[in-house]
Design a protein around this ligand. Structure first.
Ligand SMILES: *Cc1c(COP(=O)(O)O)cnc(C)c1O
Length: 399
């Protein structure tokens, strides 16, 4: 069988299509060496070797870049020092006078970049409800150059039709960028659905252990890859060799981790849905979730992230103070479950009015399900909800 026909789970382990390069030729080491070298000796006066300086290219980073390109089915993969570095670098493909159309519930850091940085370079933006293709289509301007999609979105897990948006974009000569952080290549393949660039905060599921900050970008075609590689080298926000190694190791277990976490997420969702104190559960795997049919069509899994709404800030506070297993922190996609409070964490950069428009209410909590036993997590959630019930009885709120 040819390596390009291997299933994703196999490719997570064996990386790039020419996975022979993973076996270090001099020693046979099964792990890629960490090439801690900023510069590379040139054998010849006239011709440069494959590497000259590690900002422009590093052999450890190269394996990672080839791996993600292979997993996303793109022409070129690039590794950056953070998800935001990857996203910012992709936006640098734009020029003054251009306009971008953006999913209204993008990640808080992306929102900050678009609203507070791009304007300085005279790049205009419009936020639209991208779950509505008509609204998206109407918002396209003659100078729109990029449509920026995040699906499922953060934190309410709204679903955008990637293929629908990519078709609109193509018809208007725009590029489609998709932030694929929540789904990873295991569950969603935006390039196959027509996107031009797929972006990742590899800090999350891809590395999976809450240890490194990293970003990845994959371009559909070589020409766009060349342009983004030029930006990567010019702007210089590359991923270091050590972190590249760690991310390669993280990707190897992505299949096993994300599948188990997603199974547990579904169990937790079922439990939360039954609970009288939980006003709403957001999870794209739920058949009554508004985006469920589109998500099922374009993705092969519902993922490990869910959000749920309690009555108010007091209820959320009581829950967080009582919960034992999940860490209470920003971030997601790790072996340990991570509970976060979007209003003051992931979306702190967003003004309250904007948050309210996006359903990021004071009672909303987001849970990234890790690899703990689901039974233990459910028991923990149950006892935390009992604490919420006690506080509400104390203040005389009828349940
Ligand atoms: C975390 C995150 C980012 C930003 O990535 P960093 O690695 O923190 O810079 C972008 N998009 C999404 C969806 C994220 O969750």
């Amino acid at each position: 069988m040819r390596p390009e026909n291997d299933q994703l789970e196999t490719r997570f382990i064996h990386g790039s299509a020419n996975n022979r390069s993973h076996h270090e030729p001099a020693t046979g080491a099964v792990n890629v060496p960490i090439y801690l070298s900023s510069t590379f000796h040139q054998e010849s006066f006239d011709t440069m070797g494959p590497y000259d300086y590690s900002r422009s290219g590093n052999p450890t980073r190269q394996v990672l870049e080839d791996t993600i390109a292979n997993l996303e089915g793109g022409a070129r993969g690039l590794a950056f020092s953070s998800g935001m570095a990857a996203i910012s670098s992709a936006f640098m493909l734009l020029s003054a006078g251009d306009h971008v159309l953006v999913s209204k519930d993008v990640y808080g850091g992306t929102f900050r970049l678009i609203t507070e940085m791009l304007g300085k370079y005279n790049i205009d933006h419009t936020f639209v409800n991208m779950t509505d293709l008509n609204e998206t289509s109407r918002a396209i301007q003659s100078n729109t150059k990029v449509i920026y999609v995040e699906t499922p979105s953060n934190p309410c897990l709204n679903i955008t039709d990637i293929e629908g948006v990519a078709k609109l974009a193509k018809a208007h000569g725009c590029l489609t960028f998709v932030d694929n952080t929540f789904m990873t290549p295991l569950y969603q393949n935006p390039l196959e659905l027509g996107a031009d660039i797929v972006l990742h905060s590899a800090t999350k599921f891809l590395s999976g252990h809450s240890d490194i900050i990293a970003g990845l970008a994959v371009t559909k075609n070589e020409e766009l890859g060349e342009r983004l590689a030029f930006i990567q080298n010019s702007f210089g926000s590359i991923l270091g060799a050590q972190d590249s190694y760690q991310l390669i190791q993280g990707i190897k277990t992505l299949g096993a981790r994300l599948k188990q976490s997603s199974d547990s997420a579904l169990k937790i969702v079922s439990h939360l849905q039954e609970h009288s104190l939980v006003e709403e559960v957001y999870y794209p795997g739920l058949s009554h979730h508004a985006g469920h049919p589109i998500h099922r069509r374009q993705s092969t899994g519902a993922g490990a992230l869910l959000s749920f709404r309690l009555a108010d800030k007091e209820a959320a506070k009581a829950f967080v103070e009582q919960i034992r297993l999940p860490v209470f922190a920003v971030s997601l996609g790790a072996v340990e479950s991570i509970l976060s409070y979007p209003a003051t964490m992931s979306h702190a950069a967003m003004p309250e009015k904007e948050r309210a428009k996006r359903g990021i209410t004071d009672g909303l909590l987001r849970l990234s399900v890790g690899l703990e036993h689901p039974g233990d997590l459910i028991e923990d959630i149950e006892q935390a909800l009992q604490a919420v019930a006690r506080t509400r009885q104390k203040v005389g709120v009828s349940l």
